[in-house]
Design a protein around this ligand. Structure first.
Ligand code: ATP
Ligand code: MG
Length: 345
């Protein structure tokens, strides 16, 4: 077995709890040397920094980064985002955010009567530019005060994420749908559409379509079986991936990856959910999302068999109601659910 060197940032809240379980599962199937970094909103409260000044340089040598979640009551989201997540995504050029959703055995979708065949979507979110820019500011005072925010889309940036979506769709034998809002946002979104059409010409074997993001949101609920890979900008991808996670049964089972497909720097793996302060410390967080996230990490590292083994073990374990945490209607603890998955391995 190849030995992989992974940086772990457990973070805050349930991030710490579910990451501990994901590590146990990975250790059962692969050879990994873990190095833990105590960077979090908790440490921000002590030191005034989410990570040390040379934090990015400390992370760079690793094969991948496994992140729990950062967030703590009283620490505003923009501190954790701009103090840790966004610098890592940008410095390591993790321009793709991949969020697959599947309906798992024993998990009830809020859409009644849906089966696993109906629900297999992968949201590919542009992760480096677009609406989440820091170009803008405020002007004027009083009644005349206004705020401006400029979305930044580059041909290079759009093309590379769209290309990633087509490659993934071809590999998984799924159609591609590009979501924009060109009827309302008349400069950037038509530009995205144009680049999408150019790239689509190179993938004539992959069925593709373009749709309006609002209509697509409705379609994810009404007709998810018509969708496969959904590619969208930073903002729309963010919204659509939370929606797709919800239709598959919730945040407790939704994995995600921030990828640098060219592998010029480490990619970062972090479940969709946050630190969930409301259930932190109770030992009831669902570890499945972070365990599936760790499986995506192994797949990225070339450990395809180990990744598939974990996915299958989760399916086998969840078939037993005793392995389900409260968010899935069961009464298993975080540890108990992970134990069932390890036993199924
Ligand atoms: P953050 O500020 O870190 O983003 P948050 O308050 O937004 O945290 P999330 O972690 O995004 O919270 O989750 C929203 C809700 O979903 C939580 O309140 C929690 O009840 C539930 N939830 C999220 N993840 C899980 C999980 N792994 N297991 C069980 N419930 C979860
Ligand atoms: Mg949140």
């Amino acid at each position: 077995m190849t030995r992989h060197r992974i940086a772990v940032i457990p973070g805050d809240g349930i991030g710490v709890e579910v990451t501990a379980e994901a590590i146990r599962v990975v250790d059962a199937v692969a050879d990994v040397e873990w190095t833990s970094f105590d960077w979090s909103c908790q440490s921000y409260l002590d030191t005034g920094k989410m990570m040390p000044d040379d934090g990015l340089e400390q992370l760079r040598p690793f094969d991948a980064i496994l992140l729990g979640a950062v967030g703590y009551p009283g620490v505003p989201d923009h501190i954790s985002l701009w103090g840790l997540l966004i610098p890592i995504r940008r410095a390591f050029d993790q321009y793709v955010n991949v969020r697959p959703v599947k309906l798992l055995p024993g998990v009830q979708s809020p859409l009644r009567d849906r089966t696993a065949e109906d629900l297999q979507m992968i949201v590919v979110r542009e992760n480096s530019e677009g609406e989440y820019s820091n170009v803008g500011g405020r002007q004027g005072l009083g009644d005349y005060e206004m705020a401006l925010q400029t979305a930044v889309f580059t041909r290079h940036g759009v093309e590379r994420v769209v290309r990633y979506a087509f490659e993934l769709a071809r590999q998984q034998n799924l159609p591609v749908c590009s979501a924009t809002k060109s009827n309302g946002i008349v400069h950037t979104m038509p530009f995205w559409d144009e680049v999408f059409q150019d790239v689509a010409k190179e993938y004539e074997d992959v069925p593709s379509e373009q749709c309006l993001a609002d209509a697509l949101a409705a379609r994810m609920v009404m007709a998810p079986q018509t969708l496969g890979v959904v590619v969208a900008s930073n903002l729309f991808g963010d919204l659509l991936s939370d929606l797709s996670a919800a239709v598959a049964g919730g945040l407790g089972i939704a994995p995600a990856a921030n990828l640098n497909p060219q592998r010029t720097a480490p990619s970062m793996f972090e479940a969709v959910h946050g630190s969930a302060p409301d259930i932190a410390g109770k030992g009831i967080a669902n570890p499945v999302a972070q365990i599936l996230t760790a499986a995506m990490m192994l797949d990225h590292l070339g450990e395809t068999q180990a990744a598939v083994a974990i996915e299958q073990a989760i399916e086998r374990a969840l078939a037993d109601p005793g392995a389900r945490t409260p968010d899935l209607g069961g009464s298993a603890t975080t540890r108990g659910s992970a134990d069932a998955i390890i036993a199924a391995l």
